[in-house]
Design a protein around this ligand. Sequence first.
Ligand SMILES: CC(C)(COP(=O)(O)OP(=O)(O)OC[C@H]1O[C@@H](n2cnc3c(N)ncnc32)[C@H](O)[C@@H]1OP(=O)(O)O)[C@@H](O)C(=O)NCCC(=O)NCCS
Length: 185
Amino acid sequence: MKIINYEENFFNEINTLQQSQWGEGSDTDEIFNNIENYYIKISIEENELIGVAIYHLEINNKIIPKNEFEIIKSNFNKTKNLKSNELSCFIDFIIIKDKFQGQGIGSAFLEYIINFSKENKCNFIECEAIEVYGIINSKKLLQKFNFEFQDVFENYWGKKCPNFYCKQCNKKPCVCSMNKYKKFL
Ligand SMILES: CC(C)(COP(=O)(O)OP(=O)(O)OC[C@H]1O[C@@H](n2cnc3c(N)ncnc32)[C@H](O)[C@@H]1OP(=O)(O)O)[C@@H](O)C(=O)NCCC(=O)NCCS
């Protein structure tokens, strides 16, 4: 298994993987329309896509496009404009193909994102974990890397995207709750 940067020829496979887990019409469709904002890593084995991780950087809850961040980064040492506690990383999602789950690939992605965030002087990493009928799929993974539970928001995606048919809860609108997790660096 290796982790590589997103390549366009994997677009359809990523879409299929994403839809197989979440369903159609979720707000994740928006990511590929604004791809300049997102860091996308894929894991492949013998040319088969087996997982994807998507994350982005924020300053005070506002997304920073990747090219803008490169400019900010090049000025890190020259200016004192950016207070370190303003910069954070947000994990949009990590999805591993069903038959490859439980083999450490999610952990490898998370390790990668934690290192990336540390190297880029982020103050914390945030993510939104789906809770389906009381079960949070990614809880063990997040706890393993010392993410802390922050808060729970009921019917979160159902309210945000009423036309989203969710494959996790099998409802439209989705009735899953969102559990916010945070790791300070
Ligand atoms: C959650 C997910 C990303 C974890 O990825 P993974 O590659 O299976 O994770 P790992 O193999 O690195 O395992 C990490 C921990 O999670 C636990 N775990 C693995 N698969 C799991 C599953 N399907 N359900 C619950 N816990 C699981 C393991 O016990 C492991 O802990 P350990 O290493 O101490 O034993 C993956 O199961 C997945 O894609 N799920 C569906 C989509 C999803 O819910 N994504 C997360 C929200 S964005």
